[in-house]
Design a binder for this molecule. Structure first.
Ligand code: FES
Length: 121
């Protein structure tokens, strides 16, 4: 059973293989959205471009479903490790940063710690 390590929230959340990342985060009560997304988001249809996560690692080289054509268009000017949570299926354990557009205090040490702590297989 994969886990999603949410770095900003310092929380590991178990999910089923193939689950949608946005749905897992919402079920866990985690905030995916910045200010704009809180006011108005598309509910997971890939249209509002507000459910960003940065992928920071995982047990396997490709722990998530492939980048969709929609993401290629919508994220063309964003860092290459950003995904739209609503478009992502979790295949194996992964480390993500929600709202990567929002500063995280002590980000380097917090991210290093999250990456160095072992993920379940
Ligand atoms: S929730 Fe709107 S793009 Fe993901």
């Amino acid at each position: 059973m994969p886990i999603i390590r949410f770095v900003r929230e310092s929380q590991d959340v178990f999910c089923e293989s193939g689950e949608n990342l946005r749905e897992v985060a919402m079920r866990a009560g985690l905030e995916l959205y910045g200010f704009k997304g809180k006011l108005s988001n598309c509910g997971g249809y890939g249209q509002c471009i507000t459910c960003f996560v940065a992928v920071l690692g995982g047990n396997e080289s490709d722990p998530l479903s492939q980048v969709t054509d929609l993401e290629k268009v919508k994220l063309s000017n964003k860092p290459s490790n950003w995904r739209l949570a609503c478009q992502v299926l979790v295949n194996s354990s992964v480390i993500v940063l929600t709202r990567p557009q929002v500063a995280l205090s002590n980000s380097e040490s917090v991210i290093n710690e999250a990456q160095q702590s072992e993920l379940p297989a």
